[in-house]
Design a protein around this ligand. Sequence first.
Ligand code: LHQ
Length: 257
Amino acid sequence: MSSILFKITDQIGFITLNRPEKLNSFNREMALQMQAALDRCKENDVRAVYISGAGKAFSAGQDLAEVLDPEGPGMQRILSEHYNPIILRIHDLKKPVVAAVNGVAAGAGANIALCCDIVVAASSASFIQAFSKIGLIPDSGGTYFLPRLIGWQRASAIMMLGDKVTATQAEQWGMIYQAIDDESFAEKSKAFASTLAQMPTIALANTKQALQKAFNQNLQQQLQTEDQLQQASASTADFKEGVESFIQKRKPVFTGK
Ligand code: LHQ
């Protein structure tokens, strides 16, 4: 893989968007490689995923040169074959996914970050719903995730105006979890993934699933979902370890089983 770098270290799947000379904008090759990397993360040896960009950007979204290329995939295939499968893979992955937004995240690049479970950004990073500036609507799940994260009005304004949102503003709005100083960003953002990779993986997956249902169900349905997912979580070895280690006053060793 060249447009995407992928490695597994300490049970973390590290996915690096790797077209730094094009601000990690997505062409077909990169989108398909990203899908393959996310598929690899389904295996049991990965317990958390960390997505970041090479160089100064996270991602500038779609490579606009490819859109005009007569040999390119064409508008009809870009969403259905590139971005939608990426968003669904991140959403459906039974692992926590950390987006470490190291620099500008624009268009589909922003919305890929925002569909992740924990989003952190370097202080110098920014988010731009760039679509309106080129006559498009926000895609890659933006119209789904953004109003849920920051409310309808803010989502509507930044999507229509295409205004840049700084990492600090994004944190204040609840669009991301934390803005982190540039100097310590790499270390501190990776620490989230390291922590998650040592936690009870099945309970985290079930938490992800319960949260995903929360905005689409009534209270009664949500309580049923919690009940089902709690039964499933309680039948894991990690639950047994969690309770035993608490009683025995020792640090738990979770295995993700
Ligand atoms: C780029 C790009 C880029 C190619 C910077 N492509 N080269 C779905 C449906 C179907 C089709 C369309 O797409 C989609 C999904 C989408 O993502 S639509 C939104 C596409 N993205 C954009 O519209 C963002 C365009 N880029 C920008 O607005 C700026 O470049 C940002 C704000 C990201 C960064 O600004 P600066 O830091 O000032 O960098 P720059 O503009 O100087 O760019 C550096 C280079 O990267 C430059 O090339 P050059 O050869 O002059 O150094 C840009 O042309 C290139 N680049 N984004 N998306």
